[in-house]
Design a protein around this ligand. Structure first.
Ligand code: 1HN
Length: 318
């Protein structure tokens, strides 16, 4: 009896396949939390020399953006560090300009090394200093320049995967290399200088005990609206005191971390990553993560949590 049924079913599946139909009861796709992305780390001791070599091989103008993409080893060919997130390290030499363009994906910068560079966003010129977090909203014109005397490096985080997923990825070049400067206005909503962030972390640390998993952790918000700086990305800075041993935690947002100060280790899905300043590591969705801080650590991160919360998907477990 069951043999007859099964062969009937097999014949049925084959028959409907020609019409672009498939039985749901035969699907083989993933039906649990987590993604194909795997935990990984990119260490500054490796990435910095490679960025400097890229500086010798190609100009910012030729490259348009001199970016080394941090592609997840389990997502080859995608350019992405998680299925939802892009991460890259960008370098610009003194005197160089990365020409003006705009695109629908949102972008963030975390300045990693060097002084004297700026990014201009819709005419607003924003200075870049190490530890600063800068917002480039989707479809705003932006160019970068370095007027200092040393290379400047930053981490680029983008939500290009969302634009691609929705078929809404547009880009345009500005007719000139640089934008006309907007008249200097009031305080920027696009720049979160490190000095202020660090002062906020110190104030937070004096007000109470660190969270058992996250230490003292700030979530960047728009100064007027209180919302995340992007509709897709939530952005954080956390402080782990020297000697901190964090508890196990997981959440459904995939996250990219960049160490600003300090040394320690992150255990991600059973893999231990010793980290030092300017290292970048990825904690994919639903991987269990645990931090240890050898010294006081300040760690930047961004994730797709804003999008997940808006859609009602986000969950965590401690
Ligand atoms: C982009 O426009 C920048 O403006 C950096 O600096 C990285 C990665 C993918 C797509 C556009 C930039 C990017 C990017």
């Amino acid at each position: 009896m069951s043999a007859v049924v099964n062969s009937d079913l097999a014949r049925f599946s084959k028959e409907i396949a020609e019409l672009g139909l498939k039985p749901l009861w035969e699907r083989v796709m993933r039906l649990k939390a987590g993604t194909d992305a795997r935990p990984a780390i990119w260490r500054w001791r490796d990435t910095r020399p490679l960025l400097m070599r890229a500086c010798e091989l190609i100009t910012a103008k030729q490259a348009e953006r001199r970016v080394l993409m941090l592609e997840n080893p389990s997502l080859p060919g995608t350019t992405f560090i998680t299925p939802a997130l892009f991460a890259g390290l960008q370098a610009i030499l003194p005197g160089e300009i990365a020409p003006t363009h705009r695109h629908t994906p949102n972008a963030l910068r975390l300045i990693v090394e060097g002084e004297g560079a700026y990014t201009a966003v819709d005419g607003e010129r924003i200075p870049m200093r190490p530890g600063d977090f800068i917002v480039t909203p989707g479809w705003t014109w932006h160019d970068h320049g370095n007027e200092g005397s040393a290379p400047v490096v930053w981490l680029d985080g983008l939500d290009t995967a969302f634009a691609n997923l929705f078929g809404a990825h547009f880009r345009e070049d500005y007719p000139e290399e640089r934008q006309r400067a907007a008249p200097p206005g009031s305080e920027s909503f696009l720049s979160f200088p490190y000095e202020r962030t660090r002062a906020n972390l110190e104030r937070l640390s004096k007000g109470g005990n660190p969270h058992p998993c996250h230490g003292w952790k700030l979530r960047y918000t728009h100064r007027d609206t209180g919302k995340d700086p992007f509709p897709t990305l939530a952005v954080f800075m956390q402080w782990l005191p020297g000697g901190f041993t964090g508890g196990r935690h997981r959440s459904t947002d995939g996250a990219v971390y960049c160490v600003v100060e300090g040394r320690g280790s992150a255990d991600v899905g059973g893999e231990r990553f010793d980290f030092a300043p300017h290292d970048v590591f990825v904690v994919p969705s639903w991987e269990i993560r645990r931090f240890e801080a050898a010294t006081d650590c300040v760690i930047f991160s961004y994730s797709d949590r804003a999008a997940q919360e808006a859609l009602g998907f986000w969950r965590e477990e401690s």
